[in-house]
Design a protein around this ligand. Structure first.
Ligand code: D41
Length: 671
């Protein structure tokens, strides 16, 4: 190797070691990682590769020479009777196919049965039972020797200190993971914060920090769980089953906790289908997982396949894409919403996270930007879990460029230049331009056309942008004046689609009063309130002329909503647009006002299953008769309708003395 390259490699190696040591300290000692695991792995892999290329640069103190966590000297060391192996990883379907191929070729069979289980993100431990009594437990450590954490493990609530049943093996070494359930983690962190103690970054760190407490009394207060994933066998005499799945069933029968989400599948299609199922379930599982594990089910086949280096050939972990990654904030832009709300949005260097490429993350509002102290140029951790929108978790402060300035909310609207106001009592800054502001106008039109409002099919964002920018649509009433000829002059609009849109707009004229009220986009008036208003007033003119007091006579309309409505109709422009819409032919069937229907003013709650009609049908029937259906029982509820297998609402109704109707009584009332 040329000396110059070697010098460069030596320098990079030194950098990487320093960086990795810093992260090891943050992770293992402080239980407070600075960067995502995937990012750490990248650094580590780079170091491994460099040291492989320049073996003369490997030193005994390199982080690569330390495998697993070194035992804390405060705990006694324990040698595992059977080494605790590591698991190879697969990150793609191709790698899983290669794993299956190797197994099939190694065994000389066409198809393999696999045991599949979640891959817990916890701490691997080994438990020793002698004649059914828990005698010792250790962390994985370097795989050969771990820390003796017997006293701490005894405090883990679901770990049996004595196994159930008869014919228990003389020695049983159970392998598994210690972890914290998501809800327990949330509760623990809330309690830690309340006590002014340190909080944990994630359930894994909380579990690690809790199990490696020097004082078992502290561990005892932490909600740890154990799940078994295997049995270590020192000899043939120890064999308790013919297959992994059978062994797990046996552990369960002896009272050891075994995860419910385990399955036996056939072939590589079976593996990939299990992966997909678990990926979909992931968010709803009570524990964190970072992938799934596949194991050849037949134990004899496992033995024949054997091991490479320190990992078994018969098992592999199929990891989910990392949910956190590092990227750089290129800009913080401000978006204007329908009600003028200004939302700061971080524009990010594209980064692959949670299985998709992310380029934006909402920052919600000004306070949020300041709380997280996100600045342009910052390196940040972005997280995208499941289908939720990407968010910035935190800033890596050490990577902040020297002149990064804090974000300032603009004083004027970035779209229309109107003043921005932010009442002291609110978190949201707003553009005061109203419908003068093209951004608000666009959003107002999109809302008006949306499915639950006027339901104009085909009127999407790209089109609305063009219509507003070309001045073809200034208010929603202008929509009803558009011709197919005008529309076909727009980009990506053929004659056929122009005609379709005109038809859709025409069709939207036949609507309902509640949809119409909702479509107006009055601040604080959502679908449910629009329905209440329609039912109460029965007519748009009555609503337009209502005073705040009259509005507050509607159940569930308080001073804030009333004020928004009065404010909206006080605006001459809004009244004019409504008149124009009505003249254009927007209409709805006459609504019975609250005084007319036979169930007028009555509030219902439904619970349990009705045999003769669906929930939606029951609701529609009540509403058609002027009544109202709400979700929860209160003193204001008039009737609770009880079907088969009612929930707690039934008990609550009885406790509050609300009239309870069975299905027959309810049908009688409707008749
Ligand atoms: O849930 C896990 N993290 C998990 C880890 C699991 N479900 N199964 C595992 N199986 C093994 C073998 C096949 C070697 C018995 C494992 C691990 N090992 C493991 N955990 C930490 C290192 C290795």
């Amino acid at each position: 190797m040329p000396a110059a390259n070697q010098a460069a490699a030596a320098e990079r190696i030194a950098q990487l070691r320093a960086e990795i040591e810093k992260h090891d300290y943050a992770y293992y000692v402080l239980d407070a990682p600075i960067i995502p695991d995937a990012e750490y792995d990248k650094l580590f892999r780079e170091l491994v590769a460099l040291e492989a290329a320049y073996p003369e640069l490997v030193t005994p103190d390199s982080p690569t020479q330390r495998v697993g966590g070194r035992p804390l000297p405060e705990f006694g060391e324990l040698t595992h009777r059977v080494p605790m192996l590591s698991l190879a990883n697969a990150f793609s379907a191709e790698e899983v196919e290669a794993f299956d191929r190797r197994c099939r070729e190694g065994l000389g069979v066409a198809r393999i049965r696999y045991a599949c289980e979640p891959k817990f993100d916890g701490l691997a431990v080994s438990l020793l039972y002698e004649n059914g009594i828990f005698v010792r437990g250790a962390t994985r450590g370097d795989g050969y020797r771990g820390e003796d954490v017997t006293q701490n493990l005894r405090t883990v609530r679901n770990l049996p200190l004595r196994l159930k049943g008869e014919a228990l093996p003389r020695f049983l070494e159970v392998r598994g993971e210690v972890l914290m359930l998501k809800r327990d983690f949330a509760r623990l962190n809330a309690r830690q914060a309340e006590l002014g103690e340190k909080t944990f970054a994630n359930p894994r760190n909380a579990a690690a920090g809790s199990l490696r407490q020097l004082d078992p009394r502290v561990t005892a207060k932490r909600p740890l769980r154990f799940y078994a994933y295997g049995v270590a066998e020192a000899s043939q005499e120890d064999r308790i089953a013919k297959s992994h799945s059978e062994a797990m069933a046996k552990l369960m029968a002896w009272g050891l906790p075994v995860v419910a989400e385990r399955e036996v599948v056939e072939g590589v299609e079976g593996l990939l289908a299990y992966y997909e199922r678990m990926a979909r379930k992931r968010q709803d599982l009570p524990y964190d997982i970072d992938g799934v594990v596949y194991k050849v089910d037949d134990l004899e086949a496992q033995e024949r396949l054997g091991f490479v280096a320190r990992a078994p050939r018969f098992a592999i972990a199929h990891k989910f894409p990392a949910q956190e990654a590092l990227t750089v904030v290129e800009a913080i832009e401000v978006q204007v919403g329908r009600t003028g709300a200004l939302t700061p949005v971080a524009r990010l260097s594209p980064v692959f996270v949670g299985g998709v490429t992310v380029t934006n993350a909402t920052l919600h509002n000004e306070d949020e930007v300041h709380r997280k102290d996100v600045r342009v140029g910052d390196t940040v951790i972005v997280r995208r879990a499941g289908d939720v929108i990407p968010e910035i978790v935190s800033v890596v402060h050490e990577r902040r460029p020297p002149h990064a300035r804090p974000f300032v909310m603009p004083k004027t609207c970035p779209v229309c230049g109107s003043a921005v106001e932010k009442p002291a009592s609110e978190a949201i800054a707003r553009c005061t331009g109203g419908l003068y502001c093209p951004a608000q106008r666009k959003q107002a039109i999109l809302h008006f056309a949306s499915r639950r409002a006027m339901d104009i099919e085909g009127l999407g964002e790209k089109l609305v942008d063009q219509l507003v920018e070309r001045g073809l649509v200034k208010s929603v009433a202008d929509l009803y004046r558009l011709t197919a000829h005008e529309l076909s002059s727009l980009e990506r609009m053929g004659e056929k689609s122009a005609q379709n849109l005109v038809t859709a707009i025409e069709k939207s004229k036949a609507t309902t009063l509640s949809r119409f009220i909702y479509a107006l986009g009055i601040r604080n008036v959502g679908e449910a309130t629009a329905k209440d208003l329609a039912r109460h007033f029965g007519d748009i003119k009555a609503l337009m002329n209502a005073s705040a007091d009259q509005l507050m006579a509607v159940p569930e309309v308080g001073p804030v909503i009333a004020e928004s409505i009065v404010h909206f109709f006080a605006e001459p422009h809004n009244r004019r647009v409504i008149d124009e819409l009505l003249s254009a032919g927007v209409h709805w069937p006459h609504e019975k006002s609250a005084e007319s229907g036979k169930l007028a003013g009555k509030t219902f709650v439904l619970t349990g299953t009705l045999s003769s009609l669906t929930r939606a049908a029951a609701k529609a029937a009540i509403e058609a008769a002027g009544g109202k259906v709400t979700e929860s029982v209160s003193k204001k509820t008039d009737f609770v309708v009880v079907g088969e297998e009612p929930g707690s609402k039934y008990d609550k109704a009885r406790a509050l003395g609300v009239t309870v109707l069975d299905e027959a009584q309810f049908l009688e009332l409707l008749r």
